[in-house]
Design a protein around this ligand. Structure first.
Ligand code: 1HE
Length: 270
């Protein structure tokens, strides 16, 4: 049975551009500016940051989705006019802080995508750990056409998903990938029928929340860093991370459970 979410309390209840709800160890965060296609204004970015540095006790995985007909239309373009160089750099750094808090925070985040996932919306999706697209999803980086550059971490994160050549194509030619193409090139890890991405994302988040927190931490924090390191440094980091993870009491319990026949086997198609 799907978990039933209830509105989060305290600080998270005070956020007006996000709907935050929880169900046991899951948190659901919904971008809530549908009239503006969930365009990312400064207050919305700050509220995202607030959520990821104030996750309620007991939350072990999060899902992010968008209210209305699209996941996210990217940067709120009405805020961009008449920004000077210094405030431009600070603005970009504010996005970096928020999306770093998401990517390198305390819990894995699954994005449930539909409709437009464009510009800063794709940068946000790229900061998440798992992306589930539905068949209505499409991806673009219209920055090239708007006369600007990505500023929300896209140049660092998106080539790590799809390669520099594909990101160059998206930005230079204004090419738009549909849901199938996005799945083929690695923008999404899952592709489901229209209207089903949220349910799938919640189901995946439930599975993720059942992992040992240190395993999830290792995947979130060590894996991308190892990918940035030389092979020699990466192997060394891996050994340290492996030793930390396997020495936790939870790992010991899980290993013993398998050896005593109390844990599930690896099953095809799961
Ligand atoms: C917006 C924005 C926005 C919609 N900033 N207001 N992003 C873009 O270049 C994408 C721009 N948006 C679009 O291409 C389309 O809006 C969509 C394909 C996403 C959706 O189309 P549609 O037909 O469903 O909606 P709409 O009628 O275009 O928009 C509804 C309203 O949302 C309308 O405002 P209204 O007051 O006239 O009702 C739009 O102006 C408003 N709206 N998108 C502001 N993005 C850190 S650097 C990141 C750099 C970037 O992200 S650049 C890419 C920006």
């Amino acid at each position: 049975m799907p978990p039933s979410f209830v509105p989060a309390g305290g600080l998270l209840a005070s956020l007006d551009l996000l709907q935050v709800s929880t169900a046991g160890s899951l948190l659901h965060l919904r971008l809530n500016r549908p009239a503006k296609r969930n365009a990312l204004s400064d207050p919305l970015i700050q509220q995202l940051h607030t959520v990821f540095i104030n996750l309620p006790e007991g939350v072990r995985a999060a899902v992010i989705s968008g209210e209305g007909s699209h996941f996210c239309a990217g940067l709120d373009l009405s805020e961009l006019v008449a920004r000077d160089i210094h405030s431009g750099v600070l603005h970009s750094r504010m996005w970096h802080a928020a999306f770093d808090a998401l990517q390198f925070g305390s819990v894995p985040v699954v994005a449930a995508l539909h409709g437009a996932v464009v510009g800063g919306g794709l940068e946000l999706a790229a900061a998440c750990h798992i992306r589930v697209a539905d068949s209505s999803t499409y991806y673009g980086l219209p920055e090239g056409q708007r006369g600007i550059f990505v500023g929300g971490g896209g140049s660092a994160r998106i080539p790590r998903l799809v390669g520099v050549a594909r990101m160059t194509d998206l930005m230079m030619t204004g090419r738009v990938f549909d849901a199938e193409q996005g799945q083929q090139v690695g923008l999404s890890q899952y592709l489901v029928p229209a209207g089903e991405s949220l349910a799938k994302a919640i189901a995946l988040a439930e599975r993720i929340a059942g992992n040992a927190p240190m395993s999830n931490f290792a995947v979130m924090h060590a894996l991308p860093r190892i990918a940035d390191q030389s092979q020699s440094e990466g192997l060394f980091t891996e050994s340290l991370m492996a030793a930390v993870a396997e020495s936790t009491p939870e790992a010991q319990d899980r290993l013993r459970a398998f050896l005593e026949g109390r844990a599930g086997k690896v099953v095809k198609g799961s």
